[in-house]
Design a protein around this ligand. Structure first.
Ligand code: ADP
Ligand code: NI
Length: 210
């Protein structure tokens, strides 16, 4: 089977899988990450775009928040890719990229990541910031029963005693993501999204404190 045919089938399957999600992991998130990853990949001469595209499409397929057993869903994806007659090193590269994207939540060692993993990680992180990132944060918070904001002090967000809120998530993660981008293209896109989040927060506090 041709590579672009495989990509189309995987996209269609992931559209079904993510269809009903309301926690910020809906199909449109996967589609945006796919498109962003493809765009970034075109600016990185040594990237294998087949690995990038499949890893992007499958990056939340066995995320621990979405499945009952990460291990068995990971195995499912492995068999699923093998059914397309994709060779084993390529399958392993795809799974490794997905694993490092999901592991990405915390800090990790950029030197240990493949270029393809870096690209998918950048694309996933870009979709967590800017206007869409703001929307996803509040959707996530609602879905996991987290309040919008409790009037807490910003500096306290890393303090474990402070309850998690959607606004707190900006300080825990969103405002810091810009500095963790790997590729030049993602760094460029991240800057304007960062500016927009800062404007949003300023307005949010003005309305809150009125
Ligand atoms: P992804 O791998 O797609 O980034 P995550 O599960 O890490 O998936 O997050 C999904 C979305 O929800 C992202 O936009 C993320 O910033 C946001 N999010 C993650 N954790 C929280 C949280 N505790 N509160 C609010 N939003 C969150
Ligand atoms: Ni994602």
């Amino acid at each position: 089977m041709q590579k672009d045919q495989i990509i189309s089938i995987v996209a269609a399957n992931m559209k079904d899988f993510h269809q009903k999600d309301c926690s910020g992991h809906d199909w449109f998130h996967i589609e945006r990450v796919h498109h962003l990853a493809k765009e970034i990949s075109q600016t990185e001469t040594n990237a294998d775009s087949f690995i990038v595209e499949l890893a992007a499409l499958l990056h939340d397929r066995y995320d621990k928040k979405l499945v009952a057993s990460v291990e068995s869903e990971r195995q499912f994806v492995k068999n699923y890719l093998a059914d397309f007659s994709i060779d084993e090193p390529t399958i392993n590269a795809i799974l490794q990229a997905i694993d490092s994207v999901s592991f990405s939540k915390g800090q990790n060692n950029p030197q240990a990541l493949s270029l393809e993993a870096k690209i998918v990680q950048d694309a996933d992180r870009l979709d967590a910031i800017g206007a869409i990132g703001i929307a996803r944060t509040f959707a996530f918070a609602g879905s996991f029963h987290e309040p919008i904001y409790l009037g807490e002090k910003r500096s306290n967000h890393l303090d474990k005693d402070v309850p998690a809120t959607a606004i707190g998530h900006f300080y825990d993660k969103l405002l810091r993501l810009k500095d963790f981008m790997h590729t030049k293209k993602a760094k460029e896109i991240a800057q304007s999204r960062q500016d927009f989040m800062e404007t949003f927060l300023k307005e949010f506090y003005q309305e809150w404190n009125r």
